[in-house]
Design a protein around this ligand. Structure first.
Ligand SMILES: *[C@@H]1O[C@H](CO)[C@@H](O)[C@H](O)[C@H]1NC(C)=O
Ligand SMILES: *[C@@H]1O[C@H](CO)[C@@H](O)[C@H](O)[C@H]1NC(C)=O
Ligand SMILES: *[C@@H]1O[C@H](CO)[C@@H](O)[C@H](O)[C@H]1NC(C)=O
Ligand SMILES: *[C@@H]1O[C@H](CO)[C@@H](O)[C@H](O)[C@H]1NC(C)=O
Length: 370
């Protein structure tokens, strides 16, 4: 692999190995039933002192990893915690972006069910692959900057050409280059080691996953931007230092959600390549999401597709969007509840400088799908 990383055993690598081991020790049950690296997201971060060093090395305990990922795990043990964090960030963002949709990304919570929903090469699977790959780029890039990894440090991105000449370039930036390359190696590893017959459905799915992983990584890469800080006599800002900084992950989520909305339906052709079902549209670029299967019905619970259905979901009686009761409940109707809502109110600004609020309680209507 050509990522210019090497294995070292620094003190920080040791700490993270311990950390990772702790997580695994406490969660072996979850990990055993999971068959994806996403399961790393299920590890709550705990302090290393709880862990008693056992005989089992870290990487062989992680049953969610493919063979290639296990090898990378051995080489980059200190990265594993950040891969888990990244996947978790991705899943959280997925749940935020889809909170008002019939499919609310909740199946991600349960890795075994999640596996089933993701078995279908739908738009939703496309988004999930992209956002979790993006989460890994994000977490690893930031960890490099924070000096948490033994094989990378601050970004060494070239000075942008359009940066004003008297601004300094070279604050410690997020290492998006490294994050991107590492995520490509790690996340794609399990797709690359599959060896399905060219042109088969499984091969199509592999190509789909690879494309969506890349789109997710590129989103983080492209949204990273220059950030600057002022120096100089009492806020005069006569001097500026600038560096490369990751975008807020919410922006990545919003960006990929738009890509989800404009995702392209694909099929595999005789040459073993994905091609558009509808050739009249522009071909997707490497930054676009693609899917090969129609989405399952998310209205009703269905064990075989893994759909949870929308029974019991909150909906908005007056909205005509996807969060409105009509669409959310798929025409089944809804029940109405009264519930108390607590919120901050009558806020006053006090000199200087704090805001004081009262707590107001009101009785509001809530609507829940039948
Ligand atoms: C996940 O879902 C399966 C099947 O619905 C269920 O048997 C299992 O208990 C769930 N696991 C967790 C951790 O919720
Ligand atoms: C579940 O989904 C499958 C595939 O779409 C469909 O064939 C089946 O009828 C569904 N089952 C139920 C109980 O809705
Ligand atoms: C998503 O919807 C299901 C029911 O369809 C519900 O059980 C779950 O709590 C929801 N998850 C989130 C994160 O809102
Ligand atoms: C329900 O939808 C309407 C119209 O889109 C919106 O104005 C309102 O704030 C929503 N209510 C809630 C509780 O989200």
């Amino acid at each position: 692999m050509d990522v210019g990383m090497r294995q070292t055993h620094s003190a920080s690598a040791g700490v993270h190995l311990l950390l990772a081991l702790t997580l695994i020790a406490c969660n072996s049950q979850l990990l055993v039933q999971a068959n994806s690296w996403w399961s790393l997201a299920m590890n709550p971060i705990q302090r290393p002192e709880m862990y008693i060093i056992g005989a089992q090395p870290l990487c062989s305990q992680l049953t969610g990893l493919s063979q290639g990922q296990k090898k990378l795990c051995q080489l980059y043990q200190d990265h594993m915690v950040y891969i888990g964090d990244g996947a978790k960030t991705g899943i959280k963002e997925c749940q935020y972006q889809f909170r008002q949709r019939r499919w609310n990304c909740s199946t991600v919570d349960n890795t075994s069910v999640f596996g089933r929903v993701m078995h279908i090469g739908s738009r939703e699977a496309a988004f999930t692959y992209a956002i979790s790959a993006a989460g890994v780029v994000n977490a690893v890039s930031r960890a490099c900057r924070e000096g948490e990894l033994s094989t990378c440090g601050c970004s060494r991105a070239a000075r942008p050409r359009d940066l004003p000449r008297d601004w300094l370039w070279g604050g410690c930036g997020d290492n998006v280059n490294y994050g991107y390359r590492f995520a490509r190696e790690f996340v794609d590893a399990r797709e690359r080691e599959k060896n399905y017959p060219k042109g088969s459905i499984d091969h199509a799915r592999t190509l789909m996953n690879l494309q969506n992983n890349e789109a997710g990584r590129m989103a983080v890469y492209n949204l990273a931007n220059v950030a600057c800080k002022c120096h100089g006599v009492s806020g005069s800002c006569s001097l500026k230092t600038c560096w490369l900084q990751l975008a807020d992950f919410r922006r990545v989520g919003e960006f990929l959600k738009e890509k989800y909305d404009s995702a392209t339906a694909m099929r595999i052709n005789r040459r073993g390549k994905l091609e558009q079902v509808n050739q009249r549209f522009n071909a997707p670029t490497s930054e676009d999401l693609v899917y090969i299967d129609p989405s399952p019905d998310y209205c009703l619970r269905n064990e075989s597709t893994g759909s949870l259905g929308t029974h019991g979901r909150l909906c908005n009686k007056t909205s005509e969007g996807m969060d409105g009761c009509e669409l959310m409940c798929c025409g089944r109707g809804y029940d109405q509840f009264k519930t108390y809502k607590h919120e901050r109110c009558h806020c006053k600004f006090h000199w200087c400088c704090y805001v004081k609020c009262k707590r107001c309680t009101s009785l509001v209507d809530q609507f829940v799908c039948k």
